[in-house]
Write a protein that binds this ligand. Structure first.
Ligand code: HEC
Length: 129
């Protein structure tokens, strides 16, 4: 009995150590991806109409529509997206930055090229282009 408890404890410790390493290394990797945009990521034509609006439509508006806006965040209109962008919440939540609720809530972050494009559009002043 005692031996099997020790074994269980050792096993749990191993899982804990392993998952901490994984968590820390993935945090580091995220930062790296922001510093060096992924190669082959073309950010030139990431306008609101052609790119941002469809991205919101595909990933966010199911829970953030004008009719039913979770957390009062509206992402199916330009004004709604712009106001989330200006507050810093749009990019903060999508990039899983600390201090923001990670979005989408499924836990799967959008890919780094999408995030780079969103960041670039916000940095340009979130134009209605
Ligand atoms: C399955 C439903 C769902 C989807 C899909 C979803 N959200 Fe959310 N979102 C929520 C809920 C619910 C909250 C409020 C969570 C809370 O208060 O704990 C929220 C909160 C937020 C907030 C406020 C975050 C903060 O830190 O205050 C932002 C911004 C946001 N979502 C943006 C997005 C974006 C951008 C997407 C798409 C990439 C997205 N959401 C997709 C349900 C969703």
């Amino acid at each position: 009995m005692l031996i099997s408890m020790k074994k269980t404890f050792g096993f749990l410790t191993a899982i804990f150590v392993f998952s901490s390493c994984y968590l820390f290394s993935s945090c580091y990797y995220d930062v790296e991806k922001q510093l060096y945009p992924p190669s082959g990521c073309d950010t030139t034509n990431a306008t609101y109409a052609s790119y941002i609006a469809p991205l919101m439509q595909n990933n966010c508006t199911a829970c953030h529509s004008t009719a039913a806006p979770s957390a009062n965040i509206i992402l199916d209109t330009y004004n709604g997206v712009k106001s989330a962008a200006t507050s810093g919440k749009l990019y903060g939540s999508m990039s899983h930055a600390s201090g923001f609720i990670a979005m989408p809530p499924s836990g799967t972050k959008l890919n780094s090229c999408d995030l780079t494009k969103v960041n670039k559009w916000i940095t340009a002043g979130s134009p209605n282009n």
